[in-house]
Design a protein around this ligand. Structure first.
Ligand SMILES: *Cc1c(COP(=O)(O)O)cnc(C)c1O
Length: 341
């Protein structure tokens, strides 16, 4: 296969180190991994293989198609979107639905489903059965592996965090669930009270930093891009669509094989940066669909065919671009070769 002029360099050691840090922060609770959206864009199969080898036992995806893609790896996978009519027929071994509604609970009971997970809503109002329904016996007799809830604002210090924690803790012993699970990445950094029996980090595994407790999380993904042309632009000339950039002096420009169709969105116009060794190379003009221009005055040796690394540390890049750390990863397109090291 011909190599793509775009590669996403993935640091497998950093991924494992992040999981081990989150497992330590989970203080005795088991630490799983959210690998939905193809492992937040990194490639779910490779992420699961590495984390399973490190000792991770519980994986979470959104949809059945994602679970099926992992079926050969022999790990336990929970499907967060539950089970719709017709989906019970071809469920791979080792995969459990996270039941979200009374209808799904009824479907699971009628279909003779084995062990399942259940989501309880404690404030998100998105997915999950209500606490009142649990109190009224909705889950009585159901063979539940993990009873879970999901935090609304764990990346902020708001009273809702403790309200959700307390509401969920109040369900202890109310069902036959073997384990209880509340914490995403941000909630893991809220302390032991939030860890319950199993934590479910996602973004922090992949380099996301949302709270001071995440200090020590390492960057995992770095986009690397080939230069497809280098040119000199004279003072007063413009670069790119709509001539938004006018060269204030004669400049050296490199045109990169990268654009918004790859997930490098137009918000990086005039803001993004790349690096070649120690040289910092600013994006100039508008990012277009497949191309981005850099000023390479600081790297006189760079030539057509050379590679540069885009600045992509998640917290800094989110602040710079206005995109969330999640969007930065899950938006990276199919044209990147995912290259693990
Ligand atoms: C995505 C998701 C997670 C992981 O969240 P992060 O913020 O990425 O750590 C955990 N639990 C559920 C239910 C999710 O949907």
């Amino acid at each position: 296969m011909t190599a793509s002029p775009l590669r996403l360099r993935l640091d497998g050691a950093a991924l494992v180190s992040n999981w081990k840090l989150l497992a330590r922060l989970s203080e005795g609770a088991a630490c799983g991994a959210a690998v939905k959206a193809d492992g937040y864009g990194l490639g779910a199969g490779e992420v699961v293989r590495r984390l399973a080898e490190a000792g991770c036992r519980d994986f979470f995806v959104a949809a059945w198609s994602e679970a099926r893609a992992l079926a050969d790896l022999g790990v336990s996978v929970s499907v967060l979107h539950g089970v719709q009519a017709g989906e019970m027929a071809d469920m791979p071994a080792g995969v459990r639905p996270v039941l979200n509604t009374p209808e799904q609970v009824a479907r699971w009971r009628e279909g003779g489903g084995d062990r399942c997970d259940v989501m309880v809503d404690t404030g998100m109002n998105r997915l999950g059965v209500s606490i009142a329904d649990v109190g009224a016996g909705l889950l009585d007799g159901l063979r539940i592996e993990t009873l879970m809830t999901h935090m609304v604002s764990a990346d902020e210090d708001v009273p809702l965090n403790e309200r959700q924690r307390a509401a969920f803790a109040g369900l202890a012993g109310r069902t036959q669930a073997r384990r209880m699970s509340l914490a995403n990445s941000a909630a893991i950094a809220l302390g032991r009270d939030y860890a319950f029996d199993l934590t479910r980090p996602g973004i922090a595994l992949y380099g996301g930093v949302q709270r001071s407790g995440h200090a020590g999380i390492r960057q995992v993904a770095t986009p690397e891009v080939r230069i497809i042309q280098r040119r000199r632009v004279r003072a007063g000339e413009t670069v790119g669509y709509n001539a938004t950039f006018t060269a204030p002096r004669d400049m050296e420009i490199a045109t990169l094989n990268l654009g918004y169709a790859d997930g490098y969105l137009r918000c990086f116009s005039e803001k993004g940066r790349a690096r070649a060794g120690d040289a910092v190379l600013p994006v100039i003009g508008r990012v277009s669909m497949d191309l981005t221009a850099l000023c390479v005055d600081a790297a006189p040796e760079l030539a057509e065919g050379d590679w540069v690394a885009m600045d992509y540390a998640l917290p800094e890049t989110a602040a710079l671009s206005g995109l969330s750390q999640y969007e930065l990863l899950t938006g990276l397109g199919k044209r990147f070769d995912r290259v693990w090291e």
